[in-house]
Ligand binder design. Structure first.
Ligand code: ATP
Ligand code: MG
Length: 446
């Protein structure tokens, strides 16, 4: 993408309504614009990152065998009356009536709808196990929407639902979700720690939240510092293996890590004092096993191998897709701007032309751009007639992890400059070598 043709409305001033770094930076980098309280338009740069996060979620869900689908945002109140949650959900639910006076709502979550689909089409244990998921906008009329996309009213969530014959099978689905979540967050450049949590309105007492440690997080958390040494990495876990998934769950949840709702000061005190941590975190996902709560209320049952009708065991599993942008920025920025992890960056690298209009510089930039494109890597080429300082400031603000700087002086010596946004370190090298380096970083063959 050429910056001269892109839509990147960066702001020079710090918007006064934004109190935390991620919100400030998303507004300044022209990623989002508030449409009304807690509701945002996703401008092109923000939309690219949102799509990248979605893509990782899709890939990791499908890697473990979960099946994508799409349910609507607007739901009929009838199903929620059946489950008993229409009244329970309270004022967070946006209630709407259509022209016929029928009660509708903008879905805050989808347990009812998915259970209705299940009961209409699945009748036998032979169709199990089954895990369906979608990535869809939710609406919760939060009392205090704030921090930009972190606590929006309209937000994008991946929510998945498992249907299993037995409690054991459903717990395997739970563990499998935990494993796939660990991998998903790491691909986004995040450490998200599974912590024992509270069921809330979804219900159930078997639940973990995934938290990204950050001072601006809204959750209070307590943990054993050893847990931050764990990484999932590029393990090849057999997702169908009950013991393999159970082992990962045990590894990642055996140390003390809890949110304030489940915090147990006596247990916490047993951790060696130097490892006790009280901190704040951002909840970026949650997994639940809730047994037969919804399947009983909504009559979702299957016949087992003896021909008896039994309610299915279910769980639901959410990832806060849009909140993740804020969480990633909270975890990865400096005073100049955002620092995107390679896994989610909107563009693979930036190309800064120091002398637009100079033949050699223009040609070299275009050639770098084309070579990267041929490898499937899209660069953002700053081809504007602007001062170098202004170009660097924009690149630093929007946070592309790599920048190639091209100027007539370097080209005379056959080199361009490759700069890491994270370390600020620069290196001079021939253009082809810069392309090869970027290709290597993104795992593309050059
Ligand atoms: P919270 O405690 O932050 O209100 P929750 O526990 O009610 O969240 P879940 O029902 O577990 O939310 O939803 C799954 C995920 O969706 C959460 O882990 C979070 O990342 C995201 N999410 C929930 N509410 C919001 C919101 N208002 N804005 C953005 N993302 C949200
Ligand atoms: Mg939650």
């Amino acid at each position: 993408m050429r910056l001269s043709r892109y839509f990147l409305p960066v702001l020079k001033e710090t918007p006064s309504e934004a109190t935390i770094a991620s919100h400030r930076l998303m507004l300044r980098a022209g990623m989002i614009k508030q449409a009304s309280a807690g509701i945002y338009s996703w401008l092109p740069l923000g939309y690219r990152v949102l799509r990248n996060i979605e893509q990782i979620v899709h890939e990791e869900q499908q890697r473990v065998g979960h099946i994508p689908m799409l349910m609507p945002t607007l739901q009929s109140a009838d199903l929620w009356r059946e489950s008993g949650r229409y009244d329970d959900y309270g004022q967070e639910m946006l209630r709407i009536s259509d022209r016929h006076g029928r009660d509708m709502l903008y879905g805050p979550t989808n347990e009812e709808l998915i259970t209705d689909i299940f009961r209409s089409h699945v009748g036998s244990y032979k169709d199990l196990p089954l895990t369906l998921y979608h990535i869809q906008w939710k609406f919760r009329d939060e009392i205090r929407p704030r921090f930009g996309v972190m606590r929006g009213r309209e937000f994008l969530m991946k929510d998945g639902y498992n249907f299993d014959l037995t409690r054991e099978d459903a717990l395997h689905a739970y563990n499998r979700h935990l494993v796939s979540y660990l991998r998903s967050y790491e691909r986004m450049g995040l450490q998200a720690i599974p912590m024992r949590a509270d069921g809330g309105p979804i219900g159930g007492d078997y639940t973990h939240e995934f938290l990204v440690l950050a001072d601006t997080g809204e959750s209070e958390v307590f943990y054993d510092s050893e847990i931050t040494d764990l990484t999932f990495g590029d393990r090849d876990v057999d997702f169908d293996s009950v013991t393999a998934c159970q082992a990962v769950l045990e590894e990642f949840t055996s140390r003390y890590a809890r949110t304030d709702e489940t915090h147990d000061p006596d247990l916490f005190a047993k951790i060696p004092q130097e490892r006790q941590r009280a901190a704040r975190g951002i909840e970026v996902g949650q997994i639940f096993y809730f047994g037969t709560k919804y399947s009983e209320a909504l009559g979702a049952s299957v016949s087992d191998s003896q021909g008896n009708k039994v309610p299915v065991h279910m769980g639901s599993h959410g990832i806060g897709v849009s909140r993740l942008l804020g969480a990633i920025i909270e975890a990865s920025h400096d005073d100049k701007g955002i620092i995107w992890p390679e896994g989610v960056t909107p563009f693979a690298c930036g190309i800064v032309n120091l002398k637009q209009g100079d033949d050699a510089a223009d040609t070299a930039c275009q050639s770098l751009y084309d070579s990267l494109a041929a490898l499937g890597l899209e660069a953002l080429y700053d081809d504007r007639k602007e001062r170098a300082g202004a170009k660097f400031a924009t690149m630093d603000l929007i946070g592309l992890p790599w920048r190639i700087t091209v100027g007539p002086r370097g080209l005379k010596n056959g080199v361009v400059e490759l700069t890491s946004r994270r370390t600020g370190e620069s290196e001079e090298l021939p253009p082809e070598a810069a392309v090869a380096r970027i290709a290597q970083i993104y795992g593309k063959a050059s």
